[in-house]
Design a protein around this ligand. Structure first.
Ligand code: AMP
Length: 190
């Protein structure tokens, strides 16, 4: 199996690049943000609980997102691989992911980390907010909170995956196609 973690701060291009990679490598896209937004649209109990947390730009509790991922992994035993987009975001999530994949006799193949400077992230998200309809893209203080959550809770995972020899840092500024080409090069060398 090819299991890719697409890693990076909000606005680094994880979603855009995931869309290209799922078609190129026939992978299943697992975006916890997309799944949560879908729960909100469906008006489920989980969606109702998640909405205010997401609208503030805070992280959803680990056990909630871990169980979402677990149930999808269990439902798709014949997958050729997954792209994890926006998951894991904390050390507890990363440890659980390793364990869940181990139970399926597989593991993370690589962690591709998209590197983008903070002022560029803020500009991109504010721009996206003009059309995305996402409350968490709509105002600068929420965007700053999301970036702060990333710095505090998610960025430490770079050390976690460096220790596992899995982290590959990629410049996330440039054309979508040029960044995609670099990601493909790294994946093809695995
Ligand atoms: P995203 O679409 O990845 O930018 O995620 C949007 C929001 O969903 C985040 O700001 C969090 O509130 C929530 N979220 C998505 N993925 C996770 C995760 N792995 N852990 C905790 N919260 C998450």
């Amino acid at each position: 199996m090819l299991n890719i973690v697409l890693f990076g701060p909000p606005g680094s291009g994880k979603g855009t690049q995931s869309q290209l990679l799922i078609n190129q490598y026939h992978l299943i896209h697992l975006s916890t943000g997309d799944i949560l937004r879908d729960e909100i649209v469906q008006g489920t109990e989980l969606g109702q609980k998640a909405k205010s947390i997401m609208d503030r730009g805070d992280l959803i509790p680990d056990e909630v997102v871990i169980s979402m991922i677990r149930s999808i992994l269990e439902k798709t035993p014949n997958a050729t691989g997954f792209i994890f987009d926006g998951f894991p975001r904390t050390t507890a999530q990363a440890e659980s992911l390793d364990q869940m994949l181990d139970e399926l006799n597989t593991s993370i193949s690589t962690v591709l980390s998209l590197e983008v400077a903070e002022n560029e992230l803020t500009n991109r998200l504010l721009e996206r907010g003009k059309s995305s309809g996402r409350a968490d893209d709509a105002n600068e203080s929420i965007i700053r909170n999301r970036i702060q959550e990333y710095k505090n809770k998610t960025a430490p995972l770079k050390d976690f995956y460096t220790q596992q020899n899995k982290l590959q840092s990629i410049e996330g500024v440039g054309s979508i196609d040029a960044i995609n080409a670099i990601l493909c090069q790294v994946i093809d060398q695995l």
